[in-house]
Structure formats: C-alpha cells, structure tokens
Design a protein around this ligand. Structure first.
Ligand code: DAH
Length: 342
C-alpha cells in the first residue's frame, strides 16, 4: 500500500478508538473525509500522478475510504450502545426496595355523620342554609320568643362577645334570618357550630355541632313533623327502630316534642343497659310546631302559615352511631381515635 495511505490508515484507526462521543466522531470525520481531510487530499491529488500509479493508488484510496467509513459507523454504533447501557443502569429501579408509605387523612367522624344527615334531609327536599356564628341578641333569643327575662335564657349558658352580641347558642336564629329574607314555602336545614359556656365533660363540650330544620307553608301539621323525623331516624339508624314523640317545652314551638328512639345498644329492652339508663329509649332531638310569635317576628301571618322545626346535636347522633361514650374524643384530635373512622 502507498506509504501515505498506510500512515493515514494507522493514524485514523488509532484516533477512532479514542473517540468517546459524537463530537469526537464528527471531528474525526472532518479530519479524514472533510473538504481538506487527509484522505480527500489524496483523492484530489490523484490527477497529478502518472496514469499507472494513479490506477493503483486510486483503488487503494477508495478501499481505505470504504474501510474507514465502515469503521466510523461501527464506532458510532458501539458508543451509542455504551451510552444506552449507562443510562439504563442509572435509571434502574430496584423493585424490591420497600416503598415510602404516604399518610392518608380521612374525614372526621363528626363530618361523616353531618354529611350523612344532610344527605338524608336533602333527599327529602330540604336545602342547606347557613348563618353567622356571632349572632345578635335579637336573632338568638328575642325573635325566637325568648324575651329578656325569660328563664329559657338561663337554660343556655351564653358566651357574650359584646353588647347585645353572643356566640350563637343554637342554630335556631338561622330560622329567623331565612324567614326574614323570603316568603314560604320554606324547607331548610341548617348545619353549624354552636357555643355554650359549659365545662367539658363526658356529655358536654363548649363547642358542638347542631343541625336545625324548618318547614313552613300552608297546612303544615304535626303529622308532617312526625313523618319527616321518623323517616330521618329510620334511615340513619335502621328501619325497625321504634320512635316516640314526648311532650316537651321550647319557647319557639307550640306544641313541642322531644323525640326518642329505641336504644340501639339494648334494642329497647332496657334492663341493665347503661346507655339508656334502663329506660329502653334515648333522646335524639327537639322539635315542635313553630310558635305564632316567631311567625309574627318575621312578618308572617300565623293564621295563613304553619310549620314545624327541629334541632339536633350532631355530636350526639355520632356518639350513638359509632358507640362512642365521650363527646370530648371528637374534639381532642387524637389520631389513635380518629384513625378508627377512616
Ligand atoms: N334550639 C334548641 C336547642 O338548642 C333545639 C331545638 C328544639 C330546635 C326544638 C328547634 C326546635 O328548632 O323546634 O336546644
């Protein structure tokens, strides 16, 4: 082989071996095959050789060109394989390694109970209304037929937050706010927090959750009250539970009734049951026919309209539903307790 070609070949094969990436390969290509490349120069200068030599060297140069081109292609393929192998190794996932467990939250048992209660009433056509937690004396008491000297005000230990302003002691003031703002027919429920100046104990919390209900129209009677509340208790606690309506007193209803259901613990049996104290019944809400004075306070004519109202403690419903025996558990946010409801 021509001495020049021999030198070009040996240099090129050596240089190719040391190419480590695409940039090296491109530099190699330019150096050998480029316009001023080593091999290109030889091919160009063939014309100046005597014809005999030209044929021999030309053939050798073309063979070398083919050789180096195929070596370049092979080197490129090998580099690409190496790179792929490297990145596969780097991205390798060890599927036997234990995963990182994500902590998942869950809905608080009180909210679960509230959501379910709301769902039962909205299915019966009630819509959800809301009102302020900080309430004025008029809406919390006076408009609900609880005048300043009425003993009922003492039944509820009130947090006063300013002159004539209180933290609402019940959700009943929202009845007034809704009736002030529109005309019957009205069919609402009012979920919300209420506040009483009670020392916390097994059955009392200074903050708790109530759900109020109000249905007003023409010819609404006690049978509607019984039907709606019985339907609620049956879908919340079971269709076979006995329900009873016991005469009671609330200033804003007349007549008034407290509603009991058969004790879910002893099945209404009573004997020796600590939950119902042996009576076979547990009280779950207060209710009654809206008092004419309440209608007068909002400008409704009690001769034209009638209605019923009810109020229940969601905490109590939750206590019964989950067989929990201390209301404070709902407010302490102890994860060991809450996780049992996820
Ligand atoms: N507001 C009463 C309470 O907090 C509950 C209540 C009783 C609401 C009878 C009513 C009702 O709407 O008719 O103890």
């Amino acid at each position: 082989m021509d001495a020049d070609l021999l030198r070009i070949r040996d240099d090129a094969l050596l240089a190719l071996e040391s190419c480590q990436d695409e940039a090296n390969l491109e530099a190699f290509r330019v150096r050998v095959f480029g316009k001023k490349g080593e091999l290109t120069s030889v091919l160009r200068s063939l014309g100046s050789l005597p014809p005999e030599q030209r044929r021999v060297v030309g053939e050798q140069a073309n063979q070398l060109k083919e050789l180096l081109e195929s070596q370049l292609t092979a080197r490129r393929a090998r580099l690409q394989d190496e790179q792929r192998a490297q990145s596969v190794a780097a991205e390798r996932i060890d599927i036997t390694e234990p995963g990182v467990r994500r902590l998942r939250g869950s809905q608080h048992p009180l909210l679960q109970t509230l959501d379910e209660t709301i769902a039962i009433f909205t299915a019966m056509g009630f819509e959800v209304a809301r009102g302020p937690d900080i309430e004025d004396d008029y809406h919390n008491f006076a408009a609900l037929n609880i005048p300043a000297d009425h003993p009922a005000r003492e039944m509820q230990d009130t947090f006063f937050v300013g002159p004539e302003m209180v933290l609402r002691t019940h959700t009943s003031p929202v009845q007034i706010r809704v009736m002030e703002s529109r005309q019957p027919p009205i069919q609402i429920i009012v979920p919300g927090m209420v506040y009483r100046n009670d020392a916390p104990d097994q059955t009392h919390s200074p903050v708790f959750c109530q759900l109020e209900g109000l249905m007003v129209g023409k010819d609404i009677c006690f049978a509607h009250l019984k039907g709606v509340l019985t339907a609620f208790i049956h879908s919340m606690f079971g269709p076979d539970l006995p329900v009873r309506f016991r005469p009671s007193y609330f200033p804003f209803t007349e007549p008034s009734a407290e509603v009991d259901m058969g004790c879910p613990v002893c099945g209404g049996n009573g004997a020796g049951c600590t939950r119902c104290k042996g009576t076979g019944w547990v009280e779950i809400l207060g209710s009654g026919m809206v008092h004419p004075n309440v209608f007068r306070a909002v400008g409704y004519d009690p001769e034209v309209y009638s209605g019923f109202a009810f109020g229940m403690g969601i905490d109590r419903i939750a206590l019964r539903r989950y067989e929990v025996d201390d209301i404070r558990l709902f407010y302490e946010n102890d994860l060991r307790f809450l996780r049992q409801f996820s």
